[in-house]
Design a protein. Sequence first.
Length: 326
Amino acid sequence: MRQSSLILLASLLLTCAKASADDLSAEALLQQMQSAVSQQNFELSMVKARQGRLEPIRFSHGVIDGKEVAHLSYLDGKAVEYLQRQNEYTFFENTHEPYTLKGARFPGVWSSLVKMPLPRVLESYDPVLAGRSRVAGLVAQVVRLVPKEADKYGFVLWIDEQSHLLLRVDMVDREGNLVEQVLGVDLDKQSAPAPWLVTLAKSQLPEALALEDAYPTPQQTLNWHLTWLPDGFKVLSQDRHQLVSTSLPVDYMMLSDGLVDLSVYVARVDPKQAVRQQLIRQGATSLVSYVNEVGVEITVVGEVPAETAKRIAESVQPLTRNEAVQ
């Protein structure tokens, strides 16, 4: 009899929690998730899965003296780490010296979602409630971000009902097939920031640069433009610089819809030696390189379907004289 009462009580509590969660819209759940990530002390261990490759990741977060501090590290292979102190992000990567940028964000889809400018993102994605499930032993509300146009990937988010933290993200194509996944495997909610995180928060780091100061040349008007972009994408920056790997001059343009970033590179090449067309896919990231009939190589890189990247590359056109004057 006592055991039956306990089961009944547990069922009632679950029903009450379900009713409370169902009162929130998908947009409200996303807002709640973003607030929770910025205000709580926790450590989330995750696994990033793409094309059969698994990458363990650890995200640690704390609020120290009223300021947000976070640390993201990749746990396999060469050491790659990132540190956030309020709106300053320090990058520790094995390809160059550490540097700090103001107003940046951590790489990866999980970090993009928890810091996305929600009103802007919802201009081109529809939020949809999709029931509940379990992740890392926790009950989670499932929210879909469905692109309004079919030229982007969609997102499925699992949000913990208790802490409101983001536990899992799936990127899916238009048929619903999994393209890339970040899966939480262990969540440690803490009453206070971890001592090592407090130490990091007080460490001496490279002087912070504004994003616009990180480019080697001032923003420039390029002599070409894109005649087509997926819904919601806007130009964030553009310049001319030399590629580190080849020292060749290249025109560069960065675009974003608030959730996904795209890079476009345009350079002169020898059409007799260049590969006419190239496609590389790694999980959700597509790289499309296209050489047109006048020997201009256009390369598009970003987390969009390959067909979308190819269409962007083919839309590059020279400015007319009137457009250049404007």
